[in-house]
Write a protein that binds this ligand. Structure first.
Ligand SMILES: C[S@@+](CC[C@H](N)C(=O)[O-])C[C@H]1O[C@@H](n2cnc3c(N)ncnc32)[C@H](O)[C@@H]1O
Ligand SMILES: [Zn+2]
Length: 237
């Protein structure tokens, strides 16, 4: 991240701007040009050669390398590439395709928040080629892997609790086995926007957790209790 030294950029005439993407520092619109993104306050964010853009200012992270590390990302990729969870991806894609069809939303704007290494994001982009899809995760290592999967998805290193998105700008947010900051998701969803959550049940990896921990905490997420007021597709129900 750096501020350009030259005069303010005359961005509005020259830059394609996907309305709704915001500067993580000053919240003004972000404009895209070859090589990166910038705002009118002269904050600029380079797109890495791997294809992701780092929109995570130091004040939005609690450690130097937040989120999953390289080993965790590689292990997840290895598992997901075995297609054990392919039925989940297929069900998600069918449900979203049906939903946007019913709502006559031809080009839905979707964010996969906590996208990890992009397994589901990539498949969703293939299922909804007209959609505008952003995958974001707080882990840079995850984004390096994700950007390899699909060049049509926009990939951001960012914090789900400080989304670089304007208020009321999204048709859909996905939270797939990932954190669910309810207030921030409510801010960026359109009034009739869809929050799609997939989470694990109370028995998830129970045998393994029993071996590892003295005390087993009830980790089952109850998104309906967390979020109110948005349409929801939720597994498990
Ligand atoms: C269990 S993984 C799920 C990844 C992906 N959705 C999947 O199902 O393969 C949870 C992900 O959430 C990310 N994460 C954790 N805290 C986050 C935050 N505050 N903002 C964005 N991503 C976060 C982690 O880096 C990790 O990639
Ligand atoms: Zn800015």
């Amino acid at each position: 991240m750096s501020a350009p030294r030259s005069a303010p950029l005359n961005t509005r005439q020259t830059a394609p701007w996907r309305e709704g993407i915001c500067c993580p520092l000053c919240r003004s619109p972000l404009y895209q040009q070859p090589g990166g993104w910038h705002c009118e306050q002269r904050h600029s964010f380079d797109t890495a050669r791997q294809g992701y853009t780092h929109l995570l200012p130091v004040q939005h992270k609690k450690s130097k390398s937040p989120g999953d590390d390289a080993n965790m990302v590689a292990a997840r990729s290895q598992f997901l590439n075995g297609h054990y969870y392919q039925p989940i991806a297929e069900q998600l894609n069918r449900s979203l395709t049906d939903y946007f069809g019913q709502q006559s939303i031809a080009e839905p704007r979707i964010v996969d928040a906590g996208c990890g290494e992009g397994y589901y994001t990539d498949r969703l982009m293939q299922a909804l080629p007209a959609a505008d899809i952003t995958g974001l995760d707080i882990s840079k290592q995850a984004l390096i892997a994700a950007a390899r999967r699909n060049h049509s998805v926009r990939w951001f290193v960012a914090n789900s609790s400080h989304l670089p998105m304007a208020d009321n700008s999204l048709d859909c947010i996905l939270s797939l086995f990932s954190p669910l900051p309810a207030r921030e998701f409510a801010r960026v969803l359109k009034p009739k926007g869809l929050l799609a959550v997939i989470s694990t049940g109370a028995g998830h990896l129970l045998e393994l957790r029993q071996l590892l921990y003295d005390e087993i905490k009830d980790t089952a997420l109850q998104p309906a209790a967390t979020i109110r007021g948005s349409a929801m597709l939720c597994w498990p129900k």
